[in-house]
Write a protein that binds this ligand. Structure first.
Ligand code: EPU
Length: 334
């Protein structure tokens, strides 16, 4: 079942070279059950879009590549659609659009697979998957039993879920069901960049397809394509600071972008903080900071995981020194 010494370079979007001592590509839940019955220390690899490999992996690696999309419930206005974990996320979004199912269009072109989307509650342009999530099924590694998680069970937060915290490494997400609209689509064009893009295209009453097209156009200009240049999307989370802290920062930087979270809390874009520290577009060997979006670290060619991690730490320390804000990494460091 397992192959020995397999390169993971093409299976992580950073394009980092690392080896799995034992590696199995799994295409069915039955095979996964058999593996789980005998191995408890598995490393589950899916889209590889939110990891930074800093070393070879000695635990058995399971590359979950299960496929399938099915409509599990149809109502006049809504539909519930279940997708297997190994389905590519963007292909799934396109499938929904081709059926005119609404909800996920703002999440077009996000790298990764369906199975990892709930892990960090992927989000972009005003929508998070929690907004359209119905439930998921996951296999408990210790027992092999399959459990259903509702949205409440997942404890979704900003780039957070129970699977990144209390249940980290304990469950394997098998499939995810989304609740989507068939009629009365809710068009989510509040995000500034989307409105600007729609204005360029002179689109006044956008459809879900128009929103998807706009998001794809924006992502293509701002975010590097992992097939061309290794990256893992946003490397850091956008930090949330106290209003007092923010007012102090604003005195010295009157153009600081910000979003109000509550009366007491303000979110500041990490990309702006990193840019202010002079890192945008900078290259250190083969590791660098993307020229159009300072929140994205890139592997120009042959950087290893430590090169990227060292750059991330350097950025963290500069941001702390200058703004007294500790940036938290969004990417999982392995
Ligand atoms: N900004 C800069 N310099 C930069 C980048 C950003 O000054 O180099 C400032 C600008 O003022 C801009 C603001 O930051 O208006 C926000 O930038 P952007 O709209 O690009 O969004 P973001 O906050 O940097 C977040 C997500 C992205 C998501 C976009 C759009 C996080 C950590 N990142 O980025 O998610 O696509 O919003 O919704 O929340 C990802 O998680 O991998 C990811 C790409």
């Amino acid at each position: 079942m397992f192959q020995k010494n397999v390169s993971l370079k093409s299976l992580n979007t950073f394009g980092i070279e690392a080896t799995a001592a034992l590696f199995a590509e799994v295409n069915s839940v039955d095979i996964l059950s058999k593996i789980v019955a005998t191995h408890k220390d598995l490393f589950i690899l899916s889209g590889g879009s939110n990891i930074l490999l800093t070393k070879n992996i000695s635990r058995p690696v399971v590359y979950l590549n299960t496929k399938g999309i099915e409509i599990v419930e149809r109502k006049p206005d809504t539909v519930r659609v279940k997708a297997q974990a190994g389905e590519n996320w963007h292909d799934f979004v396109l499938w929904c659009l081709s059926n005119d199912f609404g909800g996920l269009e703002n999440l077009s072109l996000i790298p990764g697979n369906v199975g990892t989307s709930p892990m960090q509650n992927i989000g972009a342009y005003g929508v998070e998957i929690k907004d359209h999530f119905d439930c998921l099924e996951a296999m408990e590694i210790s027992t092999g039993s399959i459990k259903t998680f509702t949205s409440k069970d997942c404890l979704f937060g900003y780039r957070e879920s129970v699977f990144k915290n209390d249940l980290k490494g304990k469950f394997i997400i098998l499939n995810v069901t989304f609740k989507l609209t068939v009629t009365k689509h809710q068009i989510n064009d509040n995000y500034g960049a989307i409105r600007e893009q729609l204005a360029i295209e002179k689109e006044n009453s956008p459809t879900i397809q128009d929103i998807s097209n706009a998001v794809i156009a924006i992502r293509k200009t701002k975010l590097p394509d992992p097939k061309e240049i290794g990256n893992s999307g946003s490397f850091f989370k956008n930090p949330v600071i106290s209003i007092e802290h923010f007012i102090k920062l604003q005195e010295a930087n009157d153009n600081i972008p910000h979003y109000k979270i509550s009366e007491a809390l303000i979110k500041v874009p990490a990309g702006w903080l990193v840019e202010q520290c002079g890192f945008k577009g900078k290259r250190f060997g083969d590791a660098g900071v993307h020229k159009n979006q300072a929140l994205v670290l890139v592997n120009y060619e042959n950087a290893n995981g430590s090169d990227i991690l060292n750059l991330a730490k350097k950025i963290q320390s500069e941001v702390t020194k200058r703004f007294s804000i500790d940036l938290e990494m969004e990417v999982n460091i392995i």
